[in-house]
Design a binder for this molecule. Structure first.
Ligand SMILES: Cc1cc2nc3c(=O)[nH]c(=O)nc-3n(C[C@H](O)[C@H](O)[C@H](O)COP(=O)(O)O)c2cc1C
Length: 317
């Protein structure tokens, strides 16, 4: 009997659906025992988010100053052959509840020395968050063997509107009379996650404990959006600079912080509608010159599962 620990937090239920679809084939397998650990913030985050609370969350999220979560209850001798850690991205970082969990002594005990598959459900900007996740897992002595990423299927220009609209109104859309498609990961993509569960169920019984090779290669586990690689770096730097400034202005709700936050939100929107498209144009112009660098970067971010899709044709998702 192989034991799989599944850890997740989900605010709207989207990541819970992704987890359920992925884990379904494992739960149906009599040779596998699945134990699920849901991370619960001690004080739930509001949904829909009041606009001020939403933006005020970014400095502490980026600087990983977490809020308390409910105690993690797991027997002291609990031991697993595989851990699936599902998380969402908040401001280019792992969400606060996820980071809070990774800081607990239970996380250290459950993850140390274990193979871990990360499962991300987010809008489309996950590269920087996964870099932080890799560092945190390494710090816990865990081995990252796969990364599966589910993103919104609509074009970035639309999800730039639909994701915040969803978070701030609680409605997924469509918006603007149908011009902007519904926010979130598509039902088809969520259902398709079952292929990962099937692949894990097929390999787990014969896999040795020390095996660090991926289990989910060639199943379309990730797609790296080239156009976002540099934008994420710029955006993360800006989050770190403004985040430091905002934290120096006081706690969320302090008058000076609210004022500077207003300026920042204006700055951010100006940046997104000017610098981001400009960077994309410049990048497409210099693409032939930077081809090798871009390909290297893309392959790096796609690890450990890679972008291969060779096994997808034979998969009834
Ligand atoms: C505060 C906040 C910040 C977010 N920042 C990002 C982000 O930087 N990149 C991204 O792709 N998605 C971002 N999202 C979208 C989430 O990753 C996720 O898709 C959405 O919150 C639904 O997840 P759920 O399962 O917790 O409901 C953000 C959401 C919230 C609430």
């Amino acid at each position: 009997m192989k034991r799989v620990l599944v850890i997740y937090y989900s605010q709207t239920g989207q990541l819970r659906d992704i987890v359920r679809s992925t884990v379904g084939p494992l739960e149906a397998d009599p040779a596998v025992e699945v134990v699920t650990l849901e991370i619960k913030p001690a004080q739930p985050y509001p949904f829909p988010w009041p606009v001020g609370t939403f933006f005020n969350t970014f400095p502490e999220t980026v600087y990983e100053e977490v809020d308390p979560i409910e105690p993690v209850t797991m027997p002291a001798n609990a031991d697993f052959d595989l851990v699936i850690l599902a998380y969402q991205v908040w401001f280019l970082s792992p969400s606060k509840p996820t980071t809070a969990f990774l800081r607990t002594p239970e996380a250290a005990r459950l993850l140390a020395g274990k193979p871990v598959i990360t499962l991300i459900g987010c809008r489309n900007m996950w590269l920087s968050a996964q870099e932080r996740m890799k560092a945190m897992l390494e710090g816990l002595g865990a081995r990252l063997i796969d990364n599966v990423v589910l993103t919104d299927s609509a074009h970035s220009a639309f999800t730039f509107i639909s994701t915040p609209a969803w978070m701030l109104t609680g409605r997924k859309g469509p918006f603007l009379g149908g011009t902007v498609p519904e926010a979130g990961v598509s039902q088809e993509d969520i259902a398709g996650c079952a292929r990962f569960g099937r692949a894990i169920a097929a390999q787990l019984p014969t896999r040795s404990g020390g095996d660090a090779s991926p289990m989910l290669s060639d199943l379309g586990a990730v797609t790296v959006f080239e156009g976002l690689m540099d934008s994420e770096k710029v955006a993360r730097k800006s989050f770190l600079i403004w985040g430091r400034l905002l934290r120096a202005c006081g706690k969320p709700g302090a008058p000076l912080r609210s004022l500077v936050l207003g300026v920042y939100v204006l700055f951010l929107f100006t940046l997104i509608i000017t610098v981001v498209p400009l960077l994309a144009v410049i990048k497409s112009l210099i693409k032939p010159l930077a081809k090798a660098r871009i390909a290297n970067q893309r392959a790096y971010y796609a690890q450990p599962s890679g972008e291969g899709r060779a096994l997808l044709a034979g998969e009834a998702a």
